[in-house]
Design a protein around this ligand. Structure first.
Ligand code: ADP
Length: 361
C-alpha cells in the first residue's frame, strides 16, 4: 500500500482491490472524481462495481479480472466511471497483481482520466469525416466539370462546324446563293452567342460571394415583371404574381434570375395555339417558404422530372422551333442550392407543369 499526501492527491486515481473487486484502498483523487460525500468516502464495503457503468462492469467480468489473473497485469484498459451525479468519465486503467504482507492477493490499479483525450479523439474523427465528405464532394465536382466541359465543347463545336461548312459552300458557289448561306451562318453564330451567355450565367450563378440581404417578395416580382414586360406582351401571357408580401433572405438579382428562367420556360414550352397562363404563389410552413410556378404548357414526362435540372438535358428536342441549350434549369438549381433550398417539378404531359422552390425561412 502506498500512503502519504502526494500519493493520495496525485493527478491520477489510485485504487487497491481484492479478487472480487472489493475496495481495499482508494485515494482522494478518485473519491473526488466520484463526487462522493464525506461519509460515502469513508464507507466500508465499497466495491468497484459500485462506481462502474454497466458496460464496464461486464468488461471487468469478462476481460479485466480474467486477464489480471492469467497474466498478472493489464495495461491501458478503457473503463468508464459512473459518478454519484450520474455523469460518466472515461478512464485508462493499468493494474498489477501482488500479494500483501499477509500473502493475500491484491490488485493495484492506476486510473488516468482521459476525458480530454476522448474529446480530442471525437474532434479528430469529426474532422476526418468532414475532410472525407469534402473530398467526395470535390471528386463529384471534378467528375461533373469534366462531363460539363466535354458537353460544352461538343455543343459549341456543332454550330461552329455548320458555320465553317456554310462558308466553304459560299467559297465554292456563285455569289447569288451566298446571301442565304450567310443568313444561316448568322443564325448559327447567334445561337453560339446565346449559348455562351447562358453558360456565363450558369458559371456566375450561385456564387458564394454574392451578398444575401432581406428581400421583399413584392419588389422581387416587380423586378421580374419589369424584365419580362416586352415578352409578356409579345406572347400574350397572363402572369399572376402573389399579392401577399413575404420577406426572405437571399440575393435579389439571383432570385429574379431564377423566376425569370422559370417564367421564360413556361412561355417557351407553351401548347400550340394556347396563350400561356402562369400562376406564381407562395405558401409558408413552419420552417420554409414554398414558391410555385404553374403553367398550362406542354408538360414534362415523369421520367425527366429529376434529370431536367442537370445541365444540357432537353426534353423537347424534337420541337426544332424551340431553341435552347438545356442550361436554364441547371442554373435555377444552382441558385436555389446557394440559398440552401430545393427545387422540384410536378407535371402532366399536355396539361402543364408546376415548379416548386422551397427556401428556409
Ligand atoms: P432549355 O434551354 O432547353 O430551355 P432548360 O434547362 O431551361 O433548358 O430546360 C430543360 C428542359 O426542360 C427543356 O429543354 C424542356 O424540355 C424542359 N422544360 C423546362 N421547363 C419546362 C416547362 N415549363 N414546360 C415544359 N418543359 C419544360
Amino acid at each position: 500500500m502506498i500512503t502519504g499526501d502526494i500519493m493520495d492527491n496525485a493527478p491520477c486515481g489510485y485504487l487497491v482491490i481484492d479478487e472480487r473487486g472489493g475496495v481495499i484502498q482508494i485515494d482522494n483523487t478518485l473519491k473526488n472524481w466520484l463526487k462522493y460525500s464525506d461519509e460515502e468516502k469513508n464507507a466500508k464495503g465499497l466495491s468497484i462495481y459500485n462506481f462502474l457503468t454497466i458496460g464496464s462492469k461486464m468488461y471487468c467480468e469478462t476481460h479485466f479480472f480474467p486477464m489480471l489473473q492469467f497474466k498478472g497485469h493489464v495495461k491501458e484498459i478503457n473503463l468508464e466511471l459512473l459518478k454519484k451525479t450520474g455523469e460518466t468519465q472515461p478512464l485508462l486503467v493499468n493494474a498489477n497483481f501482488h500479494r500483501n504482507n499477509n500473502g493475500i492477493k491484491e490488485y493495484v490499479c492506476i486510473l488516468i482520466d482521459i476525458t480530454h483525450r476522448k474529446l480530442y479523439e471525437k474532434e479528430l474523427l469529426l474532422a476526418k469525416q468532414q475532410s472525407e465528405s469534402h473530398l467526395k464532394e470535390l471528386q463529384e465536382i471534378n467528375e461533373g466539370l469534366s462531363q460539363f466541359s466535354h458537353t460544352v465543347a461538343h455543343d459549341l463545336k456543332s454550330p461552329l462546324k455548320n458555320i465553317l461548312g456554310l462558308l466553304q459552300l459560299v467559297d465554292n458557289n456563285e455569289i447569288a446563293s451566298s446571301k442565304e448561306y450567310l443568313s444561316i451562318a448568322y443564325d448559327q453564330g447567334q445561337e453560339m452567342v446565346e449559348m455562351i451567355d447562358e453558360l456565363l450565367a450558369f458559371a456566375s450563378s450561385g456564387n458564394k460571394n454574392q451578398p444575401f440581404e432581406p428581400v421583399l417578395t413584392n419588389s422581387m416580382f416587380e423586378s421580374l415583371n419589369n424584365k419580362l414586360e416586352m415578352l409578356l406582351q409579345k406572347e400574350d401571357v397572363k402572369l399572376h404574381c402573389p399579392k401577399t408580401n413575404f420577406t426572405i433572405t437571399g440575393n435579389l438579382s439571383e432570385l429574379v434570375r431564377l423566376f425569370q428562367n422559370l417564367v421564360e420556360n413556361a412561355i417557351k414550352y407553351k401548347k400550340w395555339g394556347i396563350s400561356p397562363e402562369i400562376h406564381i404563389s407562395i405558401t409558408q410552413t413552419s420552417d420554409n417558404i414554398i414558391f410555385s410556378v404553374a403553367d398550362n404548357g406542354l408538360g414534362i414526362p415523369t421520367q425527366y422530372k429529376k434529370s431536367i435540372f442537370n445541365p444540357f438535358v432537353r426534353v423537347h428536342k424534337d420541337y426544332t422551333s424551340i431553341k435552347g441549350s438545356g442550361i436554364g434549369l441547371a442554373t435555377c438549381k444552382k441558385i436555389v442550392s446557394a440559398h440552401q433550398g430545393e427545387i422540384w417539378v410536378e407535371s402532366e404531359v399536355d396539361k402543364g407543369s408546376t415548379f416548386f422552390i422551397s427556401l428556409p425561412l
